[in-house]
Ligand binder design. Structure first.
Ligand code: HEC
Length: 125
């Protein structure tokens, strides 16, 4: 005797779908704000002085503009030259890098100028 199984349950019972109102929106990852710092910045007091003066109009850290890059200046000199370089910033002048003169910065104190030079020399690679 053969028993035929007969599935009467061909109808697919739909699976209840939850109401969309109960769905939580996927949490959006919070993107960190884009930093707006310039390419070069430092908390070094010498850098702050340079940033506050007109130096960066003619000097970049890593590229020659009107004046030599500060990295090139750092390569050329040592701590023994701090005094002389500070004086040069105050008095201006030319000849060490070419015929374009650096403008004098007479309002600058020697101490501030030295602070700037110390920062510049710290860029030695
Ligand atoms: C008008 C453009 C200009 C400005 C502004 C300027 N410089 Fe210069 N700087 C030059 C030039 C040009 C030279 C190369 C001078 C030379 O050939 O001796 C130079 C050279 C230097 C040197 C190397 C000096 C040497 O004898 O090798 C230092 C250090 C320096 N600048 C720092 C500064 C600082 C710090 C400031 C801001 C207070 C500043 N400069 C502002 C154009 C400028």
């Amino acid at each position: 005797m053969i028993v035929l199984s007969c599935s009467k349950n061909n109808a697919v019972t739909p699976i209840p779908v939850p109401e969309s109102s109960t769905e939580q929106p996927a949490p959006q990852p919070i993107a960190p704000p884009e930093p707006t710092v310039p390419a070069y910045t430092s908390n070094d007091p010498g850098f702050k002085l340079i940033e506050g003066a007109d130096c960066l109009a003619c000097h970049k850290i890593d590229a020659k503009v009107i004046g030599p890059s500060y990295q090139d200046v750092a390569e050329k000199y040592t701590k023994a030259d701090i005094d002389q370089l500070a004086q040069k910033i105050i008095e201006g002048g030319k000849g060490n890098w070419g015929d374009i003169p650096m403008t004098p910065h007479e309002g600058l104190s020697k101490d501030d100028a030295k602070q700037m030079v110390k920062y510049i020399l710290s860029l030695k690679k």
